[in-house]
Design a protein around this ligand. Structure first.
Ligand SMILES: NC(=O)c1ccc[n+]([C@@H]2O[C@H](COP(=O)([O-])OP(=O)(O)OC[C@H]3O[C@@H](n4cnc5c(N)ncnc54)[C@H](O)[C@@H]3O)[C@@H](O)[C@H]2O)c1
Ligand SMILES: [Fe+2]
Length: 441
């Protein structure tokens, strides 16, 4: 069990000479509740948005929920133009065309209505319309030039219609670099939306497979943040500005993440049923929000780092529930197929945290020794993957052993994430985690 000091704080955050002693808590501004989308117009008005760019995707734009959002804007007399060409799992190409729309429209604010793909696209369009530059200017090194964002962006209200990414809570925008066949992201606090309106009414039309992938995305955000390297183990920055947004596990993110894991463990299977109860959907939305707040202040590590290669190198895999016009491994799926193998590897660094996460998921850990933590957690995750229809590891999404080198090569540059792993991971170790993730049952 996790050791505590005499004040009750977890000794995981023991001070280390030269390590950081400070962590930051950046809380997003959120509105949560059934029916809250009706308040979108008033919120936009309050933020001086009079002419809004609305971002959405072709499927969400046809939902009653989207219409409810539009009705609210109309009743507050907000002018708007709709951009509905958001690409699901966006790319450098689709970020560029969304930026063009933003630059031409003379907008004084942004509203995204959709999943992570839509919210991330609106963040990028807002950024590049406000501070035009090369798409890689603000991407982390070594992939991009790692320039800081020069100042504040225009107001952005994010209205999620999925619950996994929690992009409404984070300063992160993810995209696929088509030529390099890998995903990357821009992470900066200026990208965080000014407000997220989380209304579980939006989730009623989600296909079961999207619910399952989103549930595992929430779970992954929460557990990777909870097991991340503690903030105290990162070298203290010379200037406060140099402290990364994703700073490692800290006592604040722990609270949010453990609760998110607990809610997922209790509700995931019910949420993936044919007609989930609205209260179950609301619980999923709440866990997604908590995990978002947690990982927005801590950060994800190995499973997410591997997922960018798994998504980027896709061959011809298509998953039921997503548009079938092009091959893709949806985000939640591309993460969870790596997780059991990753936990078997990372558990050695902080077994008590892996055990505690298994307990939060519902495992009775009373008679289990910490040495078995990686295995115990993996077994529980594999059982949940099976019962909710997740593909069986990397083979299930179209990879074979012959892809391991390419997958490894594309994962190594994701330093932003690998650096937060509780156990440092080299190239050979990554290769064996990919091998272990090929199939689980
Ligand atoms: N910014 C972040 O912090 C962050 C974190 C994790 C993932 N991501 C990124 O987010 C993207 C994935 O986002 P996502 O999982 O939210 O899904 P998504 O936006 O890609 O949407 C998935 C599918 O569900 C459909 N859909 C969305 N809402 C619906 C609804 N209410 N009813 C019916 N269909 C609906 C969409 O049209 C799409 O076909 C990936 O690009 C991923 O890399 C971002
Ligand atoms: Fe994620």
């Amino acid at each position: 069990m996790a050791a505590k000091n005499k004040t009750g704080l977890d000794t995981y955050f023991k001070r280390i000479v030269g390590g950081d002693q400070t962590f930051t808590i950046e809380a997003p501004n959120l509105k949560f509740g059934l029916g809250s989308i009706k308040e979108l117009g008033e919120e936009a008005h309050l933020r001086n948005i009079r002419r809004a760019a609305i971002f959405t995707d072709p499927r969400v734009s046809k939902l009653d929920y989207f219409q409810a959002a539009i009705d609210s804007l109309s009743s507050s007399k907000i002018e708007f133009e709709v951009y509905e060409e958001v690409e699901v799992e966006p790319t450098d190409r689709s970020f560029n065309s969304a930026t063009l729309f933003a630059q031409q429209g003379q907008f004084d604010g942004y509203i995204s209505i959709g999943g992570g793909s839509t919210m991330d696209t609106a963040k990028a369009a807002n950024l590049f319309a406000s501070y035009p530059d090369d798409l890689f200017a603000y991407v982390n090194a070594p992939i991009g030039q790692a320039k800081p964002i020069p100042g504040p962006l225009k107001p952005h209200i994010a209205c999620p219609t999925t619950f996994g990414t929690a992009s409404e809570t984070t300063g992160i925008a993810i995209f696929d670099i088509l030529e390099k066949q890998m995903k990357t992201g821009i992470a900066h606090r200026a990208l965080r939306p000014d407000l997220g309106i989380i209304d579980a009414d939006s989730l009623k039309t989600l296909p079961a497979a999207v619910i399952s992938a989103n549930g595992f995305d929430v779970f992954s955000h929460a557990i990777e943040s909870y097991t991340a390297r503690p903030f105290t183990k990162r070298k203290a920055p010379e200037r406060s500005l140099d402290r990364p947004l994703l700073q490692g596990a800290n006592p604040f993110s722990d609270m949010a993440c453990l609760e998110a894991i607990r809610i997922i463990g209790r509700n995931l299977e019910a949420a993936v049923s044919d007609t989930p109860d609205i209260l179950v959907l609301e619980a999923m939305a709440f866990s997604g929000m908590l995990a978002g707040i947690g990982f927005g202040n801590a950060g994800c590590h190995v499973p997410h780092a591997m997922s960018y290669a798994v998504a980027g190198l896709v061959k011809d895999y298509r998953q039921e529930g997503w548009p079938s016009d092009h091959a893709m491994v949806p985000h939640g799926t591309s993460v969870i197929v790596n997780s059991p193998a990753s936990f078997r590897f990372t558990a050695q660094a902080c077994p008590e945290r892996h055990m505690k996460a298994a307990e939060a998921l519902g495992v009775d850990i009373r008679n289990l020794p910490n040495e078995r933590a990686g295995e115990v957690l993996s077994e529980k995750v594999i059982a949940l993957m099976k019962s909710t229809g997740v593909p069986n590891g990397l083979q299930g999404v179209g990879y074979t052993e012959s892809d391991i080198d390419a997958l490894t090569e594309r994962t190594l540059p994701t330093k932003r994430l690998l650096d937060i792993s509780p156990r440092s991971v080299n190239e050979d170790q990554l290769r064996s985690i990919f091998r272990d993730a090929m199939s689980y049952w």
